[in-house]
Design a protein around this ligand. Structure first.
Ligand code: ZN
Length: 72
């Protein structure tokens, strides 16, 4: 007998996208366009590349947020 019930999607793990990432600079590199910052979130596996073209300006996201698989 076939059931027409649909299974609810499991929503147990909070999505990494729902919180405000707490970026921590892992490394920085001076380039001709400015300083490139490699940052990662302290609370989830998200990483991003930022560019600071002037010391006073806030970092601009160069890349989209990338989620790295957690280490096993
Ligand atoms: Zn995060």
């Amino acid at each position: 007998m076939a059931s027409t019930d649909t299974l609810p999607l499991p929503r147990l793990a909070p999505s990494p996208e729902v919180h405000e990432h707490a970026w921590l600079v892992e490394s920085r590199h001076a380039t001709s366009d400015g300083t490139v910052l490699y940052v990662r979130c302290t609370e989830c596996p998200a990483r991003r590349v930022d560019l600071v073209d002037r010391p006073q300006s806030p970092p601009a996201a160069l890349s989209r947020t990338v989620l790295t698989p957690s280490e096993r």
